[in-house]
Ligand binder design. Structure first.
Ligand code: ATP
Ligand code: MG
Length: 262
């Protein structure tokens, strides 16, 4: 549950008074939230509301100007992004981060070997692909990419499958907490259905925080919705509650009630 109050069971991720100041511009302002797991919390809000910056703070890609981030009760502020990922808190990116010059399977082996602490020399060796072969096959199946894609360059994947591979790359690290930044951005309608089903399955077993402009996807998946505006949390509640909140209507769509479309 994402709420300012203490949640039961104990939150997996908790932020207290979190702020980020870019030379006087406050992109994230005094955010206090708790996320329990498993389940999915959506973070919505207009462009520039601070959603991606919030993710960058949680995942260690940016250092907070003030506040605390607790992961399983441990303050993770100041840890590197790689260290935070190795603890189990992993993010995906708003812009696709697939290595297009590598094969589909290499894109998955890379985070697996990083997870297991194996060096680049190991990755280059032929035993690496053998070692992770079964896991790669299972992951491809999980994210809905046919086996025939396995050894083909990732650049040949259609856009929807590229985003599915990106999810697979995040999953390869076997995260406890997954931060997904607009996983359906730019997708065709049929691909959105596929990725929504996939995320629903993941949310049954992990804590997922999802930034998403497509409100139909949010309505479909979110146990709870956090609405951000100008860096601050405007409100937290069920999708039905927040979409009727006059402050959300005003902030999000300038007066029109959210329709379920992005
Ligand atoms: N590195 C930075 N330096 C200065 N300002 C920044 C930086 N990163 C983000 N901002 C500003 O912080 C604000 C929040 O940006 P952010 O990318 O977090 O918004 P967002 O909610 O993810 O928006 P969108 O929905 O468009 O992805 C914006 O005004 C942005 O210009
Ligand atoms: Mg963003």
């Amino acid at each position: 549950m994402a709420s300012a109050a203490a949640a039961t069971p104990a939150p997996v991720v908790e932020v207290r008074g979190l702020s980020k100041d870019f030379r006087g511009f406050i992109a994230v302002r005094d955010v206090t939230l708790a996320f329990a797991g498993p389940g999915l919390t959506a973070v919505i809000g207009p462009n520039g509301a601070g959603k991606t910056t919030f993710f960058n703070l949680l995942s260690g890609f940016l250092k907070p100007s003030s506040g605390q981030i607790l992961y399983r009760g441990r303050n993770i502020c100041g840890l590197s992004a790689q260290r935070i990922a190795s603890l189990g808190l992993v993010r995906s990116f708003q812009i696709t981060s697939v290595f297009t010059n590598l094969s589909v399977s290499e894109n998955l082996v890379l985070p697996m070997q990083r997870r297991d602490g194996n060096g680049v020399e190991f990755w280059r060796s032929s035993s690496s692909l053998e070692c992770y072969g079964l896991e790669v096959a299972a992951l491809l199946q999980r994210v809905g990419i046919a086996e025939e894609w396995r050894d083909r360059p990732a650049c040949l994947l259609p856009y929807g499958l590229k985003r599915a591979l990106e999810l697979g790359i995040s999953l390869a690290a076997n995260p406890d907490v997954l931060l997904l930044d607009e996983p359906t951005a730019g997708m065709a309608a049929r691909d959105i259905g596929m990725i929504t089903d996939l995320i629903r399955g993941l949310a049954a077993e992990r804590t997922i925080i999802l930034v998403e402009h497509n409100l139909r996807v949010v309505a479909n998946l979110a146990r709870e919705v956090v609405v951000m505006q100008q860096g601050a949390v405007l409100t937290v509640g069920s999708y039905d509650a927040v979409r009727r909140d006059p402050r959300v209507i005003e902030a999000y769509l300038g007066g029109a009630e959210p329709s379920g479309h992005a």
